[in-house]
Write a protein that binds this ligand. Sequence first.
Ligand code: AMP
Length: 315
Amino acid sequence: MSVQADILTAIKHYETIIIHRHLRPDPDAIGSQVGLAELLRKSFPEKTIYQVGGPVEGLDYLAEMQEIPTETYQGALVIVTDTANSPRISDSRYDQGDKLIKIDHHPNDEPYGDLVWVETKASSCSEMIADFWQMFPEELKMHEEAARLLYGGIVGDTGRFLYPATSAHTLEIAAKLLDFGFDAAKLNRQIDQISRKVALLSGYLFQNLEIDENGAARIILTSERMAEFGLKDSETAGIVSVPGVIEDVLAWAIFVQQPEGYYRVRLRSKGPVINELAKQHHGGGHPLASGANAKDLAEVEEIYDQIKRLCKEFE
Ligand code: AMP
């Protein structure tokens, strides 16, 4: 039996299903998590399905989370979507259920879970959930809200079908979801929208981005700078892809200082593989989109030097 069939068997077996995703959620985290929750609610109305993990940080146009007591985990099935490693799972009670399933599209560095379904070639975890529906169309009932969430996740992780992980299959699945009648133009606008404060930060970024002769770029956003713009870390999501529009830029890092003093590192690339570098600095992710942490400015320099080297060696 395939792992997907095993997952469906487990879903049918349990009365309570609790679905988690990663910390600092993005549209694919929420889209895959709540898209799956909505798909299962419609397909198995007799079951109780929860979506948990705390604040959705500006993504409330997609979905809100539920709060549940720890007792609810007793005898429940727990599914985690879009999360490569267990420390990144939002709500550490994920291991309190009876059975654990991992569904993800990041490199499988930590295969936590009793059942593990990982497709690193999938554009997004939302695409995998839509594939799951397509594998069992008799049993899984897609509908407008689930389709909207999954479409949102695909749009989010592919940068509106821009990044290389966008395949012919991604477009086929997106087309099938679009048939369910949600307002895709509105959703695209919501995903793309930035606040005026973030727009001003983009202006700062364009003016101050450091770019070397091989296309390695970086910007450091100190706590003082963030306070000047009146921004929180979670609001920097809107500027992460911004340096990529500059023709000279090949790979880049945005270093955002956290209230504790260390720097969250958001790494992106048009070619050089950056997730190995991310792993060396308490992070990870995809070959061209990763995250890491730098304890101080010395580690910030070290990471930028590594990006410079990767860009130099990239033909
Ligand atoms: P971000 O810059 O936070 O949007 O992250 C980009 C990608 O890197 C996402 O696929 C994340 O799942 C992954 N990522 C970010 N931070 C970490 C981390 N600390 N550990 C592992 N993966 C991460």
